[in-house]
Ligand binder design. Structure first.
Ligand code: ME8
Length: 648
């Protein structure tokens, strides 16, 4: 019987930044899934890669003073190196600047164009370069991109458009009739809610003179392909769409893995593009949550809470980092990660549960059986429970992995390891050894423990690819068939008579106190260094000339009226008097001030700012306020002075 196919992908990562823990997290999950499916008898295929076109990359190359191609070649290699360090074994690494990819992007574009689903038009909107897409008014928070916190640029240009709206109803039906198409469920609902209103058509090109770094539109060389239309196609170009053997073999089974930041392109752009191109839709979109710093805040260099998976793997080994990421974070949810958490999990699960099971078992076989795994002879009462648990694992894991309940699946494996440790306490081999009439029972108990370790080693192999060999070595196993999936479905595959040998402890306990102290010292040093650098940077950036300062016209304004802006939680609309002039100012202070308490206040405003529209409301100036993490305080005057007075 031919094997079932399984195809898993990660997002292709932008090469404007170095690989970090978020990329590592998604890629480790994909690697786990690829390895698990291979183990369970699937023909498994794993694709990752890098996203190398678009404005963001061109800007990063320029900032690095490099030609775009040289820049993307260099950073793309950084990703490959990073994956090696985490023992990621992808089958293919696609780069969007490769000819094999560009060719397919052009073919698909042409196909959709020929089918009449691409047209030319003028577009005006707010573009966020960080997201590489136009944001809708609804998405903006206080006029800024919710993910990047920066105001998008207003742009008007001639673009080609993909008739995405045309497929909205179809997509709603598709999602409704395929309940596990997008998962976990919360994200599916989020997508359905976006689709409950018109989504419009998608601008899929950029004028080449503005963004030269892209794939030319095949029928109009003056335009290049929009980076998302280009990037999404990697999932099929890499496997040789349309005729390639791999495309035929794997495409129908594909699971995409993404983070929640890129749900819209994957759940809306991509299926509608596939539909328009007459291609089958992918099988599952699996959406992961965000990893936060150990303090629960978004990781950032300035907060000093960045967790580097590559430093951690240097310190603890790739297997430990992989185990930690896979076992500690419930898939789909946001979670804090950090070294202290990692050490706690390591000590509890790896040093205590798994490490102790191995060292206790090897010690007892050496001590009581001359170092040879005995043959089982006399069954006893707790055996059945241990064996039943082992034999039920493969099915349970299959169900859980299929539902992306990865940390729960790992917990099941650890429940079994815990059961084996308890089995030692219940059977007390050291007591059995004292009574020669119990020799047969002792042999059985020790056999079962060795078999339990073999079963555990096989199950953890997709999580920790280097650890099973260490366990097998100590158990004296060198027969590869004993690490197969089939061999763990039925208890008793381990042959008796193997020679065990004690080696180094696989997961020595980490002394947390010493570790914490060392870490704290390191952190203090790193922080001091960062602060110094930041200060120097700020100084360099902040020095302005008196002429520069004189350009800013600061004036006293009296608040006459204030009210909330409808539909914007954070905004207040103020009517202020600046001398004889009356103006409207919209400010993001609703969280800190009620409209009533503002009326009558004399505040400081920037009076010569270009007017802007926030949520459709005109704002003719900006008020000054001091803020920190706790709150915000308006700058006022401490003696009465008439409105309009200049602040110098
Ligand atoms: O979006 N926690 O690339 P990207 C968890 N090129 N996962 C995180 C994370 C975090 N803090 N930060 C990033 C792109 N990720 C596009 C994709 S695909 C056709 C094109 C992970 O380099 C997560 O998987 O910004 C997220 O979706 C991905 O990195 C974004 O990577």
């Amino acid at each position: 019987m031919s094997k079932k196919a399984f195809y898993v992908t990660t997002p292709i990562y932008y090469v404007n930044a170095e690989p970090h823990i978020g990329h590592a997290y998604t890629t480790v999950i994909a690697d786990f899934l690829a390895r698990w499916h291979r183990l369970a008898g699937y023909d498994s295929y794993f694709l990752t890669g890098t996203d190398e076109h678009g404005e963001k990359i061109a800007q990063a190359a320029k900032a690095a003073g490099e030609e775009p191609q040289a820049f993307v070649d260099r950073v793309s290699t950084r990703f490959k190196e990073a994956w090696k360090r985490l023992c990621i074994e992808y089958d293919d690494f696609i780069r969007t600047t490769e000819p094999r990819h560009k060719k397919i992007v052009q073919e698909i574009l042409q196909k959709v164009y020929d089918a009449g689903d691409i047209y030319y038009g003028e577009y005006e909107g707010y573009y966020c370069v960080g997201c590489e897409r136009f944001l809708t008014d609804k998405e903006l928070v206080d006029g800024c991109c919710p993910d990047h916190g920066t105001p998008p640029e207003k742009r008007k240009e001639g673009n080609y458009f993909f008739r995405m709206e045309k497929y909205r109803e179809w997509l709603i039906d598709y999602i409704n009739s395929h309940p596990d198409f997008i998962r976990p469920e919360g994200y599916r609902n989020e997508v359905l809610s976006i689709l409950s209103e018109p989504i419009g058509d998608l601008s899929i090109s950029r004028p080449r003179e503005r963004v030269p770094w892209g794939i030319p539109i095949p029928w109009d060389e003056k335009h290049v392909t929009y980076v998302w239309f280009d990037a999404l196609i990697n999932y099929v170009s890499a496997v040789g769409y349309p005729d390639g053997e791999k495309y035929q073999r794997y495409w129908d089974s594909v699971w995409h893995l993404i983070g929640k930041d890129i749900i819209k392109p994957h759940a809306i752009f991509w299926p509608t593009m596939l539909k328009a191109a007459g291609m089958p839709i992918y099988k599952h979109l699996n959406v992961g949550g965000f990893l936060m710093g150990p303090d629960g805040r978004k990781m950032s260099k300035t907060l000093g809470n960045v967790v580097d998976p590559f430093d951690l793997s240097e310190k603890y080994g790739a297997d430990v980092v992989r185990y930690y990421l896979l076992s500690d974070v419930p898939y789909g949810q946001d979670a804090s990660v950090g070294e202290t958490h990692l050490v706690a999990r390591y000590n509890a699960d790896l040093a205590n549960d798994l490490g102790n099971l191995l060292s206790r078992t090897i010690t007892m076989i050496e001590k009581f059986c001359g170092g040879e795994i005995p043959a089982p002879k006399a069954k006893g009462s707790p055996d059945d429970e241990l064996i039943a648990l082992a034999e039920s694992l493969p099915d349970k894991l299959e169900t859980m992995v299929n539902r992306m309940q990865l940390n729960a699946a790992i917990r099941e494996i650890w429940r079994f390891i815990g059961r084996a440790n308890k089995y030692i306490d219940e059977t007390m081999p050291w007591s059995l050894a004292k009574d020669s009439s119990q020799k047969e029972r002792l042999d059985t108990v020790l056999y079962n423990l060795a078999e339990a370790l073999r079963v555990a080693a096989v199950h953890i192999s997709p999580i920790m690819p280097n650890t099973p060999a260490k366990i097998f070595e100590q158990l004296g196993i060198d027969d590869a068939s004993l690490s197969s999936w089939e061999s763990v479905k039925k208890w008793g595959g381990l042959p008796a008579g193997l020679k065990v040998s004690r080696k180094e402890i696989i997961f020595p306990r980490i002394d947390e106190k010493a570790k914490e102290k060392a870490k704290a010292e390191q952190e203090t040093k790193a922080k001091a260094k960062e602060e110094k650098q930041a200060e120097a940077k700020e100084e360099a950036a902040n020095i302005i000339s008196i002429e520069d300062f004189a350009k800013v016209e600061l004036r006293i304004a009296e608040v006459l009226e204030a009210e909330k802006v409808k539909g914007a939680d954070k905004l207040l609309k103020l009517q202020v008097k600046i001398g004889d002039e009356r103006r409207q100012i919209v400010a993001g202070i609703a969280k800190y001030y009620s409209p009533e308490e503002l009326v009558g206040k004399k505040i400081v405003v920037v009076a010569n700012l270009k007017p802007a529209k926030l949520r459709g409301e005109l704002s003719q100036g900006m008020l000054l306020a001091a803020s920190n993490e706790e709150g915000l305080s308006l700058i006022t005057v401490d003696r009465d002075i008439e409105s309009g007075a200049r602040v110098k």
